[in-house]
Ligand binder design. Structure first.
Ligand SMILES: C[S@@+](CC[C@H](N)C(=O)[O-])C[C@H]1O[C@@H](n2cnc3c(N)ncnc32)[C@H](O)[C@@H]1O
Length: 276
């Protein structure tokens, strides 16, 4: 198999492009990772060199090539009930408060955003937790929004089909309640029941662009995304999340992330959880 050479010059050009398009910060240490992830694209598209590929990317007026490149470069690891403490905190602290509000102000709705949802495990976990806590009839007042920059993972998230090995963190009871077990060709797979998956509004959204969102949120999960951005980009993003939250709304970030050295107005309420 042809081994593509990635010169430091081309690596720097591609890194700068990635940074400008989606904020992901690829330092020198990521050169081998970029080479291996993008080599697959070069092979599929029958492009001979990284330099040619770079030229195709910068001249791509449709934006399709950039999307393919970002799909290949971004790290999409996720899992159901990842960082369980956040879901415990929702149950013990946030949901009880929201429940009170919903009964106080009859017309209000609860809005949750999984920002950087990857292949959907995070947003389906949020949905399960919500449905388990609230009366299932509450779905009229419940809006859940899930976004990612990568079309590849968004397609998977929208399909909501997962191999049984990926469902290990879901109890049998919840699996039966929220998923349909596959048979025949789909043996070994679980699909989120349509009555639940249809409650989620999946959209492609690049954090580097203006949000233009019609409504504000009670809860934003943006976990294990900012880790790929530099402090400056993180600062801009965190302030955009502030603007997108209702008063009293909460931002959840990944367990290994922090808002240290970022100028923001959030109140720290628990590890990696911040309130407006
Ligand atoms: C590691 S996954 C995290 C998934 C999930 N939030 C979790 O914690 O399990 C990071 C996701 O961020 C997305 N992402 C990276 N840069 C982005 C950007 N500029 N705008 C929107 N999403 C982005 C990637 O496509 C990827 O799916």
């Amino acid at each position: 198999m042809l081994d593509f050479q990635l010169s430091t010059k081309d690596f720097n050009l591609i890194s700068e492009l990635v940074y400008n398009k989606c904020g992901i910060n690829l330092q020198e240490g990521k050169k081998e990772l970029v080479k291996s992830r993008l080599s697959k694209v070069l092979r599929e598209k029958k492009i001979d060199t990284f330099h040619q590929y770079y030229k195709i990317l910068v001249n791509d007026s449709s934006g399709d090539e950039i999307i393919t490149m970002i799909d290949a470069i971004s790290t999409n690891f996720t899992s159901f009930f990842r960082e369980q403490k956040h879901f415990d905190f929702l149950n013990s602290n946030i949901f009880p408060r929201l429940k009170k509000n919903i009964y106080l102000k009859k017309n209000d709705s609860i809005r949750i955003w999984s920002a950087g949802c990857s292949s959907g495990e995070e947003v389906y976990t949020l949905l399960i937790c919500f449905m388990e806590y609230f009366d299932q009839k509450s779905t009229d007042n419940f809006h859940i929004f899930a976004t990612d920059i990568s079309t590849k993972v968004l397609n998977k998230a929208t399909r909501g089909v997962y191999h049984k090995d990926y469902c290990k963190n879901i109890s049998l009871n919840l699996l039966r309640k929220y998923f349909q077990k596959g048979s025949g060709n789909s043996d070994g797979y679980y699909k989120v029941k349509e009555k639940y998956s249809k409650l989620i509004d999946f959209q492609r959204l690049n954090f580097m662009n203006p949000f233009n969102l019609a409504n504000k949120f009670d809860i934003i999960f943006c976990r294990n995304v900012m880790i790929y951005f530099n402090k400056e980009t993180q600062g801009v993003l965190v302030n955009k999340f502030w603007d997108s939250l209702k008063d009293g709304g909460c931002l959840f970030i990944g367990h290994s992330e922090s808002l240290m050295n970022i100028q923001h107005k959030f109140k720290y309420i628990a590890p990696t959880i911040y309130q407006k």
